[in-house]
Each structure stands twice: as C-alpha cells, then as structure tokens.
Write a protein that binds this ligand. Sequence first.
Ligand code: SF4
Length: 376
Amino acid sequence: MGTMTTLADVLEARTALAAPELVETISNDRVRCYACGHECPIPDGAVGVCKVRFNRGGALHVPWGYVGGIQCDPIEKKPFFHAHPGALAYSFGMLGCDLHCSYCQNWVTSQALRDPSAVSPPIDTSPRRLAEDARRLGARVLVSTYNEPLITSEWAVEIFKEARAANLLTAYVSNGNGTARVLDYIRPWIDLYKVDLKSFDDRHYRQLGGRLEPILRTIRALHEMGIWLEIVTLLIPGFNSSDDEITRLTSFLASVSPFVPWHVTAFHKDYRMNDPENTTPEMLIHAAKIAKAAGLNYVYAGNIPGGVGDLENTWCHECRALLIERYGYFIQQYRLTPDGACPDCGAAIPGRWGRQFEGQLTSTPFLPGSRRLRVF
Ligand code: SF4
C-alpha cells in the first residue's frame, strides 16, 4: 500500500454485486447506477464519479466487507438534536464520495481515491461484528458517515439489518444527493437521516460536483417517508452566507416542514479552502434569525460552544419553555416528558425521543481503540 493505485486495487477486491434495485443495464455491457443523483452511465471497465462503484463485464460492483474507519460520537455531533439526546452514535465511514467539496472536513476518507495525499486503508469487518461492537460500547445508534453513505448503500443496508436485530437505530449523515430508487431501497432499514444542504445556488453545487435539484427532491422525499430528518448548513462567508441565499434555503425547508431542525454551523479553515474567513458567532446568530423569520421552529447554531446565546438549546415551539440545555455536545438539562412532550404546555415535540434521558456516555468523540479494532 502507500500509492493511489494500490489503494484502488485493495478496494477492488472488496466488492459485491450491486443491488438489482440500484442498477439497470442500458445496452450490452453498459449499466446505469442509481445509488446517487449522478445516475452515472458506466461502460465496461469504467468507474462511476464516486470511484468506488465500477462496471466489470457488464456487472456493477460495489464496496463490501470493510470500513474506512470507526469512531464513537455523541449523537449531537452528527448533528441530531431531536433523536435520543445524549446517545452514543457508533459511526463508520467508507471511502470515496460523489462530490468533491474543497472544504471537506472528512477528506482523508471521502477523497482517498482522488487525492494522492489522502490515503486511508480499509479495515476488514462484518455487519455482525460492527453491530456487536456498537452494543458492547453502549451505542444506541449505528451511523454511516464521514464519506457519502448513499454510494455504499448495499453494504450499509446489510449492516443496518444486523443493527436492527441488535435493537439499534440506524442513520445516514449524507449530502442528500439521492434518487427515488436509493431512498426506496434504504427506507425499510433507516431511522434517522441528516442532510448537509450546502447551498441554495445550483452554480455553487456545480462547483462541488453536484446539482441542487436532486438534493431538494431527496429532502422532501425523506420527510414524506417519515424518516427523521435534520438539516445542517456549514455557513461559509462569501460562499453561501448572503441573506438572500439563507432566506431562500430556510424558506424551502419551512415549506417541507416548519418542524425540520436546521443546524447552521461555523466554518473553520480546512483542507484546500483557505480563502474565506472563519464564520463568526454573529454570522450564525444572524442566519438563525433569518431562518426563524422564514418559519422554522427549531434552529441551532453549531461549532462555537458557548458563543451563540441560546441557539444550542431546544425550546418548545408552543410556549418557548427550555426543553434541552446544551453546551457543545454536552447535555446539561433534559426536561421532555416520557411521551416526548413539553412538560409545561404539553405540546408534542417533533423527534425520536426515548422514554427518558438515559445519560450521556460521552460528549466528545473517541476511537474504539486499537485493541477493539483488532478483534475484527
Ligand atoms: S454512486 Fe453515484 S457517482 Fe457512484 S457510480 Fe453510482 S451514480 Fe455514479
């Protein structure tokens, strides 16, 4: 290992055939992949835009049998604020992505096959081992994250089946570049879905290698399917931070549902995008004001703990009572009733709540540890 070619070779050996729902033969040995919004037509011997799904002899091969990395995160980091607050989210990443955002914060795994300096070797494992490891560590949720989960949906579904059998919830942390077919395919096996809505401008999405329209369609479809949905937007000064863009973006979300939580988070200089300034707390607070004016009830500001006033907390949409108090990912107070209602006015609070707050195993991410990884 150590060179780009070798990593691609290693991954090529770890594949299965694509699910029939996610592939179509277009001509003799040409196939179309439906795992993400690119819907790549792939000739024999070629790879898709994501570089991890490829056509060999007219059959679409997809990633299988490994993970790129595992980390234990507080569920607040994903971020999910309306799903089992305080829970441990056992998170696995694969390799590759269908977009190429220059500011990506997970570039070691997402761009491993594009950028020679981004090499991350795979760890062989099985769905059962992952689910067992998650249980052993006290996780409540098993999450596909760090790179784009849609492009490895067959493997995620296999893992999620074991997760469900082990009484775990399942989740995607995704860019939302989906298709009707892939959403139908994962639907029976997924509980929570976070979409990273990066912009409301199609030109910006094209800069990142995607299009806005499939992402908006995915957001609407997920909500209609009843999958618990939260949206995050990394506010990048000068890229997506104009009042006009934030107004259009949050008005769209409010048209899907005024109860979809929206997290607006701070950009820190990273990877190759060094030009924009870091997002200030004032910028987040300003964007949050726009979102509330657009009709969103649950608006959160992230990445600047203690710096964004009351925008880390959950407040009842009816009576404005404090429901959950947070500092960063740390839960300081939890007041919801066992039925997930406001204790003061009785309003049902949208989300997936446990009967009670079950404590918090960690408010900072940690690695399962090399000793645990070896048991794979
Ligand atoms: S997952 Fe997306 S990028 Fe990859 S081959 Fe399929 S359609 Fe193309």
